[in-house]
Design a protein around this ligand. Structure first.
Ligand code: FES
Length: 110
């Protein structure tokens, strides 16, 4: 079961990486290669803020030590042995919604 929250922010036409607030929680919203993604905002390596990063070839790059995370499956590049959570998105008539699983809600909202 997913819990859906509306994303309340402007979505520019061009590519971007930015921080958004969803129900009081900071997340990272990305537009890359014509697709939108919402991922966790904190880098699993050492807590870098991923929304300060950038994208390259389908990967999100953390601005601190430049570790890379695949935007389709969240996996860290070879050798990193880590991953980020990627949250499902749904386009509805009144906007875009992001869905959270129970386990993510615990992780995000405590
Ligand atoms: S904190 Fe993100 S790569 Fe080190």
């Amino acid at each position: 079961m997913l819990k859906w929250h509306k994303i309340e922010t402007e979505i520019p036409d061009e590519e971007f990486v930015k921080q958004i607030n969803v129900d009081g929680k900071k997340l990272c919203l990305i537009k890359h290669q014509q697709k939108l993604f919402v991922v966790q905002n904190t880098c699993p390596h050492a807590g870098g803020i991923l929304s300060g990063g950038w994208c390259k070839n389908g990967n999100l790059i953390c601005p601190i030590h430049r570790w890379e995370y695949n935007l389709e499956n969240g996996r860290g590049a070879e050798g990193q042995g880590d991953y980020i959570d990627i949250y499902p998105l749904e386009t509805r008539s009144d906007g875009i919604y992001v869905g959270f699983k129970e386990s993510w809600i615990k992780k995000l909202f405590g």
